[in-house]
Design a protein around this ligand. Structure first.
Ligand code: NCD
Length: 304
């Protein structure tokens, strides 16, 4: 039985295979309509979500399967003090596959040790978010044609942004990739991420506080929200939340074929005036999330 806890649980070849399947689903959705008939996906969300949970549920429905679950910790027995281990042991008797989001780093890993069915990490605290990364990769593949030789700028909350950590781990496996890390001093990429996926692999990178300065060299600009819920005090959040706001003027400094990604939700780090620029790929990215999750469900349930 396979779980997806960390994006590196999947080999480069397996990611290629998932992208191929997702692209085939986009072209031939009718072929997939009954693939998961009588199977159930449980979404156990101990933390808020819109895209991740609903795209998982839509994905299972479009495969002909059913969904069950909860969307906040308060409506589950966690509020009575039940452990993740016990919740999962029970839910894996009701469902064939489980997607779990949790505010505690490592909770989905613990869940996988007690589950009788595949566990998918749908975001654990400020740690990882592998299915967002699959969404990002499908989008980069569709928009840029592949992953090699790309200069990837990551901007905003690189400290708490779990999508950033997983994307760097995934992109570090492709030849010729360079990273540009754009953040305020206080929200720099954690050193454990930088060490493991950038420095120890000898990948070229630069760190800056200025988005404008590096804009002309980026092939991909990955914008992120300042992660308010992970701050210890509101004052720091208020001070840092407007560090970067992408406007049409700033995007004017970018190459004609740069793409702008954002895992969403957006607060104000991308002006809505950017939305109509063809380089703004974030709503296409959100749409891709459903297709890559369909491919992932098929793979983990070993459906042919
Ligand atoms: C992200 C997350 O939950 O980490 N959202 C998502 O899954 N698309 C990003 C965020 O909340 O800022």
């Amino acid at each position: 039985m396979r779980h997806l806890i960390d994006i590196l649980d999947l080999s480069v070849a397996e990611i290629d295979e998932l992208i191929t399947t997702a692209n085939d689903i986009i072209d031939h959705p009718e072929v997939y309509r009954e693939k998961c008939r009588y199977q159930k996906l449980a979404t156990l969300f101990f933390e808020p979500s819109t895209r991740t949970r609903l795209s998982f549920e839509a994905a299972m429905m479009e495969l002909g399967g059913n969904v069950l679950g909860f969307s906040e910790a308060n409506s589950s027995s966690a509020s009575k003090g039940e452990s993740v281990a016990d919740t999962v042991r029970v839910v894996s008797e009701y469902a064939d596959i489980i997607a779990m989001r949790h505010p505690k780093e490592g909770a989905p890993l613990v869940a996988s040790m007690h589950s009788g069915v595949p566990i998918i990490n749908a975001g654990d605290g400020g740690h990882n978010h592998p299915t967002q990364t699959l969404t990002d990769l499908l989008t980069i593949q569709r928009e840029k044609g592949g992953f090699e030789n790309l200069t990837v700028g990551l901007c905003g909350d690189l400290k708490f942004g779990r999508t950033v950590h997983s994307l760097i781990a995934a992109m570090s496996r492709y030849a010729g990739v360079r990273f540009v890390l754009i953040s305020p001093e206080e929200l720099k990429l954690p050193s454990y991420v930088k060490e493991a996926y950038i420095k120890s692999k000898g990948i070229p990178y630069e760190q800056t506080t200025s988005l404008e300065e590096v804009m002309p060299k980026l092939d991909v600009l990955y914008m992120t929200r300042v992660q308010r819920e992970r701050f210890f005090n509101e004052e720091d959040y208020l001070r840092l939340k407007n560090s970067y706001i992408l406007t049409p003027e700033k995007l004017g400094l970018a190459k004609p074929d740069t793409i702008v990604l954002h895992p969403l939700p957006r607060v104000n780090e991308i002006s809505t005036a950017v939305d109509n620029d063809p380089r703004a790929a974030y709503f296409r990215q959100a749409k891709n999330g459903k297709y890559i999750r369909m491919a992932l469900i098929l793979k983990l349930l070993e459906v042919r």
